[in-house]
Design a protein around this ligand. Structure first.
Ligand code: ADP
Ligand code: MG
Length: 724
């Protein structure tokens, strides 16, 4: 007899065949029996009991299980006419004489003593007709619908009243698609296949975790876990099985990331910067404010990296306005103090200009020469800057992508600071590495205001160090956030006029420009026209900025607003990143329900930067989805970016997280969820560290299983160099 093995092609398994195998491969990435076994239910249905038809509530749409007896079975034609029927009162028609081809639908009336229900079948009519003999009792399982005011069930699963299912507690529900269903792989078939696979292969599955880990972490064995994840014997067994498999998945992920990090930190040499230097001290002493505790801590962390002899690869996260720029400046000055240069890259021209202006102020007492290089730097100045960088007379260069052009050469670049990392591609960052002439790569500090939830950062940047500024400079007033509907626009306009009369400025942000016809959202152009109508010149000056303008026009308008020459700036989300206009006190976000949570938070961070009380007004339509409503409510409730990021991830799922550029995570998790299993991830992380601290290279015999488990993990195939 043919016995399938874990590596056996799935098409050879009983009940599969070519067609179903193709569907399993394309829909679930299942190619072998082993792959099938590693496809887990995403939820479970309790089939331990039966519902009474008489107790069913029409609005309840969950699965039900009935034990009911067939009263009457009918075949109906396209027009609804009866082709033939049987109710047990007579012997019934001879099935050889029945015109099955004329039947479009089979209707079966069943009763469980508390009530009756109609069951409807469109497929497998001939077979079902013979099966549903009046007087016989079955277990029916499915989802009830309301049809013509009555409840029915379409294509319920049918089992014999004495089938093993009747005793089962929970049935797994597997991922499914139309293609799977059309090839005959229903939930029931999936369960049957899984039974066959486990019956043949479970005994041969090898434990993947060393004995000592199972003991130390109190985990159940692999076979127990696999059996119970598919066919839980009870709730407790299911929990044990789930925990074991999630822990294993996250533990191996952390182990592989940490191992790479260890290797990397041993192998990549970094410039040693032992001194703090006079420039740092002069700047520090003349700061107009005291650094926050978080800023000081982060600078210490950076200092430690710079003396370690290894290349720094640090991600600095801090909410908008938390003071990341100062950290970048001080880190750059350490590089200067050790005889190196530093560069600070910003994603947009406007931001680069702003950074340059701010940084220049801080640098006055130090005498360090700083220059600005962007796409619009004039040729003559550009040449001078190139020379200054090559001869080392320029200490700090601030700029945009222009900095990574081949013509830009440094005398000795020691530190690269990259602001708002998600706007820069990995390749672009890598180009900076080539800009040193001593062969040692510069230290890298990546700054982002998009708070990445801890769990995600741990996974994505497991091989990167993460610093967090989790404290705002003192005296920051929370931005008053409120949501209004369109109908309150006159009041909003009055409010904007009042603020402008006080000398303040207003941002108005729109989600889309020239959106599709069928979506009825106000677009930017229309919004701009309305504003110009409601705020005529004089006295009001309105500027507009959007992605379809040329850089010159964009910069011109942006500057007009930044320098206070315009009262209102109408724009798309181009202003999302970094722009600092302390005099702006109102952020109006149109069609706010169209934005993601993090994005709304980023936009809100554009106001509340000065001494004046600031406002964020979310304008939304009358109809909102539940999620949109929740997003706007959350935003009104908290101004903590990290809290919002966590919530965002829970609502959207991590693959979708804004600003991380990971459209689809580089990691394929089969059971754990980054959004929901943060606690297990933390445990797995700590434990992976402990295991590596005992056996750095996993060379001990007790860790042999881990080495092969790491080799077999799916996520190993992914190129992590794409991340850092
Ligand atoms: P972000 O983290 O968004 O880049 P910035 O570095 O632009 O924040 O800082 C926002 C504002 O806070 C700036 O005007 C800056 O001068 C000010 N600032 C930074 N650190 C402090 C501090 N420790 N105390 C008071 N104000 C600070
Ligand atoms: Mg900034």
């Amino acid at each position: 007899m043919f016995l399938p093995d874990l590596d056996t092609d799935i098409k050879f398994m009983k009940g599969v065949g070519e067609k179903r195998a193709a569907a399993l491969a394309s829909e679930l990435d299942v190619h072998t029996v082993g792959d099938l076994i590693r496809t887990y239910p995403f939820r479970y249905i309790d089939r331990s009991g039966f519902q009474n038809i008489g107790d069913l509530i029409p609005s309840d749409t969950s699965f039900i299980q009935l034990k009911a007896t067939v009263i009457q079975t009918s075949l109906l034609s396209k027009s609804g006419g009866v082709v033939c029927e049987k109710d047990g009162s007579t012997p019934g028609p001879d099935s050889k004489t029945i015109a099955f081809n004329a039947a479009r639908r089979l209707s079966c009336l069943v009763s469980d003593g508390t009530g009756t229900m109609e069951l409807v079948f469109f497929r497998g009519i001939r077979y079902t007709w013979t099966q549903l003999e009046p007087g016989r009792t079955f277990i029916f399982f499915g989802k009830p619908n309301i049809f013509n005011g009555r409840m029915n069930m379409v294509h319920p699963e049918i089992d014999k009243a004495d089938s093993a299912l009747a005793g089962g507690v929970m049935t797994g529900v597997y991922p499914s698609t139309d293609k799977l269903k059309n090839s005959g792989i229903t939930g029931k078939v999936m369960n049957t296949l899984m039974h066959t696979a486990l019956d043949n292969c479970l005994d041969r599955m090898q434990e993947t975790l060393p004995e000592y880990i199972l003991k130390e972490k109190g985990l159940v064995g692999l076979r127990y876990a696999i059996r119970n994840i598919h066919f839980p014997s009870d709730q407790y067994a299911l929990e044990k099985a789930t925990y074991r498999l999630k822990f294993e998945e996250l533990f191996l992920l952390q182990l592989s990331l940490l191992k790479q990090k260890f290797i990397k930190s041993r192998s990549s040499r970094g410039i040693v910067m032992p001194k703090v230097g006079a420039a740092f001290n002069k700047c520090y002493e003349s700061l107009p404010y005291e650094l926050t505790g978080a800023q000081k801590r982060v600078i210490k962390e950076i200092r430690a990296d710079l003396v370690s002899g290894r290349q720094m690869n640090r991600l600095l996260q801090g909410d908008v306005g938390s003071g990341k720029t100062m950290v970048a400046v001080l880190a750059s000055l350490i590089a200067i103090g050790n005889g190196f240069q530093a560069c600070i890259m910003a994603p947009t021209e406007v931001l680069a200009q702003q950074h340059f202006a701010n940084i220049s102020k801080y640098l006055v007492p130090t005498g360090v020469k700083v220059a600005l290089l962007t796409g619009s730097t004039r040729q003559k100045d550009r040449k001078e800057i190139h020379e200054g960088l090559e001869d080392g007379s320029i200490g700090i260069i601030v700029g945009t992508h222009a900095l990574i052009e081949d013509t830009v050469k440094f005398r000795n670049l020691g530190l690269a600071v990259i602001d708002e990392q998600h706007r820069f591609g990995v390749d672009q960052r890598a180009k900076l590495w080539g800009k040193t002439n001593n062969g040692i790569p510069p230290h890298v500090l990546v700054m982002t205001a998009t708070p990445i939830p801890r769990t995600l950062a741990m996974t994505l940047y497991g091989d990167l160090d993460v610093s967090v500024i989790d404290e705002m400079p003192p005296g920051r007033k929370p931005v008053v956030t409120m949501q209004i509907t369109d109908s309150r626009r006159p009041a909003l306009n009055r409010f904007m006029r009042d603020q402008i009369a006080l000398g303040r400025q207003v941002f108005v942000v729109y989600p889309l420009i020239f959106e599709s016809q069928e979506l009825d959202y106000k677009n930017l152009e229309q919004g701009y026209e309305n504003i110009v109508r409601d705020f005529p010149f004089p006295p009001y000056k309105v500027a507009i900025v959007h992605g379809q303008q040329t850089n010159d026009v964009k910069n011109f308008n942006m500057k007009a607003f930044a320098e206070g020459r315009a009262d209102i700036l109408v724009s798309t989300t181009v202003i999302e990143v970094g722009v600092d206009v302390p005099n702006a006190t109102v952020m109006v976000i149109e069609s706010a329900e169209r934005f993601g949570l993090s994005q709304l938070h980023q936009l809100r961070g554009r106001v509340g930067r000065g001494q004046d009380k600031s406002y964020c007004i979310l304008v939304h339509g009358d109809k909102m989805s539940k999620e949109s409503r929740k997003r706007l409510e959350l935003l009104c409730q908290t101004d903590n970016g990290f809290e919002l990021a966590e919530e965002d991830m829970k609502m959207r799922g991590p693959g979708d997280l804004e600003g991380t550029q990971q459209s689809g995570l580089p990691i394929n998790l089969s059971i754990a969820s980054l959004a929901k299993d943060g606690r297990i991830l933390q445990e797995a992380h700590d434990y992976a560290e402990a295991v590596l601290s005992r056996d750095e290279f996993l060379q001990g015999p007790e860790n042999r299983l881990l080495v092969s488990a790491l080799r077999n993990q799916k996520f190993q195939k992914i190129d992590y160099s794409k991340i850092s």
